[in-house]
Write a protein that binds this ligand. Structure first.
Ligand code: NAP
Length: 489
């Protein structure tokens, strides 16, 4: 079996045939990764940082070539893709800086207490150790930032884990080229051969996760796929942590105090909704608007000028169209539409569904229908309690936004309600755009994430791949040989 790139503009296949990984090749890759883990995991953090800087620089130096390849496969546009390479490179540097400054290792040294129990105890040093070989499933919608060298890979490598990436079939050539550049960079700085591995094909991805030598999994994608892989991770003889980021139904609440500039607001809404053809996990898919603000005409006239863009793959388009139809049939909304689609390629017209919250009575399951693409749902409300009541019955989400004035007495009620449901609440800002920073939380209650205690973006992502361990009364000579991240005098 082989994988081939598909041009989303035309639906035509192109480029070299990339063979799916065979079971024998997979076996060799896992064995090499495990062997490399013995070295990579015990390197001083500064040396791992040097490797991450080297990969970041290699990526950046080849950003134009990478963006050209990815643009043919995704049609995300060269400007966006060059920006995404820079973000990916920045992300790798950020993890390297965190290693250099000793962040996220933070050993707790609890000196011996010579006293009767329960106060008395031996010397305890609580620190972290890399969890092992990590399986990463690249996402379709970020061919760089959530793919071969994306945040999952960068954070796992920084933690001292080796990584095997299952490439996404929507950008196979981009994945292979990125992997080759990363391997070159790693070898140039003397990192072990199997620090990073790449496999292709859905079956090899499943076999990878089932293998007893894999210690954790990371994923961004569909709820169905993520859940299937999460279940594999849990059903293994030795269950492992699986960090899946699955959902993209994110609520945005507009308070009556917000709208000084309805035209500008609607332009911002449509820009965010249609960014990357709506294929963002932070998409503002659900907009709550006070009924008397009547944004309907403004949305209708601005949407009419918006042109369709392509989906990443035929499968993504088919799923979007199917879910959009299911949502339409369930809630029978008023339909506002953008410009019509062409004859070829993976397109769908930008669409906004409009309904009243009160009309959703008994149809709340509509809020779990993910239309991953250029589709938004606008729900009008009479009182803010209608909104908070509905949100408190919604599933978890990655992010929410609130638009209003700081002295609006309804603001704290809405923010508090949202904070119980999501991983990030943005104030007067659209949810798209996730900064790679230490303060970031990208992950929320299920289905936003299979592990709401963790983030997949920002430097805290490293903690997903560090297992806590306590060394009790270990003599200094021995301790300094086994713990590479701290010295005991
Ligand atoms: P996906 O279908 O979940 O696939 C993601 C990765 O997981 C792919 O490498 C896929 O392999 C693998 N995979 C999925 N199900 C699997 C299974 N049962 N066993 C083994 N491997 C499996 O996601 P996608 O292709 O990126 O996009 C499809 C849909 O996911 C979108 O339409 C959208 O609804 C959602 N999505 C969500 C986000 C988000 O951030 N929340 C991001 C992207 C996509 P193969 O492709 O080789 O089968």
């Amino acid at each position: 079996m082989t994988i081939q790139s598909v041009n989303p503009r035309t639906g035509e296949k192109f480029g070299t045939l990339i063979p799916e990984t065979t079971p024998a090749e997979l076996e060799a890759k896992i064995a090499l990764s495990l062997e490399s883990f013995q070295t990579w995991s015990t390197l001083p953090p500064a040396l791992r940082a040097k490797s991450l800087h080297a990969i970041a620089e290699k990526l950046q130096a080849n950003s134009t070539e990478l963006a050209d390849i990815a643009d043919l496969e995704t049609n995300l546009g060269k400007v966006r893709l060059i920006g995404e390479v820079s973000r990916t490179s920045f992300q790798l540097h950020q993890f390297a800086y965190a290693l250099e400054s000793g962040d996220f290792i933070s050993p707790v040294i609890d000196s011996a207490v010579d006293a009767p129990l329960p106060q008395g105890h031996p010397e305890l040093i609580r620190t972290q150790t890399p969890i092992g070989v990590v399986a990463v499933f690249g996402a379709s919608n970020f061919p760089f930032a959530f793919s071969v060298l994306g945040g999952d890979t960068a954070s796992a490598l920084a933690a001292g884990c080796t990584v095997i990436v299952k490439s996404h079939p929507a950008h196979p050539q981009t994945s292979v080229r990125t992997y080759k550049l990363a391997t070159e960079a790693l070898l140039e700085v003397g990192a072990p051969m199997g620090t990073l591995g790449l496999i292709n094909g859905v079956e090899s991805g499943r076999m990878l996760l089932e293998d007893g030598r894999i210690s954790a999994g990371a994923f961004t994608g569909s709820r169905q796929g993520g859940r299937a892989l999460f279940d594999i991770s849990n059903k293994r003889a030795t269950p492992i942590p699986f960090y899946g980021e699955l959902g993209s139904v994110n609520p945005v609440v507009v308070l009556a105090s917000a709208l000084d500039d309805p035209k500008g607001f609607v332009a911002g809404y449509l820009d965010s909704l249609l960014l990357g053809n709506g294929q963002f996990c932070t998409n503002p898919s659900l907009l709550f608007v006070p009924v008397d603000l009547s944004l309907e005409n403004e949305i209708e006239s601005q949407l009419a000028d918006r042109v369709p863009s392509t989906f990443l793959s035929e499968a993504t388009k088919m799923l979007h169209d199917k879910n959009r139809e299911a949502l339409r049939a369930l809630i029978t909304p008023k339909i506002l539409a953008g410009q019509k689609i062409g004859e070829v390629g993976f397109y769908s017209s930008p669409t906004v569904f409009l309904s009243r919250i009160s009309d959703l009575q008994g149809k709340e399951s509509a809020l779990s229908i993910e239309c991953f693409g250029p589709t938004g749902l606008v729900l009008t409300y009479k009182t803010v309690f209608e909104v908070t009541d509905l949100i408190s019955r919604m599933e978890g989400a990655l992010v929410a936004s609130v638009f209003g004035k700081v002295d609006d007495t309804q603001a704290p009620i809405v923010v508090r309600t949202l904070a119980k449901k999501v991983g990030r609440v943005a104030w007067n800002a659209w949810p798209t755009g996730v900064a790679v920073a230490t303060g970031q939380q990208h992950g929320g209650p299920y289905p936003a994430s299979t592990s709401p205690l963790h983030t997949s973006v920002g430097t805290w992502a490293i903690t997903r791949f560090l297992r806590p361990i306590t060394f009790q009364s270990l003599p200094s000579a021995l301790f300094n040989l086994v713990a590479t991240n701290i010295e005991k005098s």
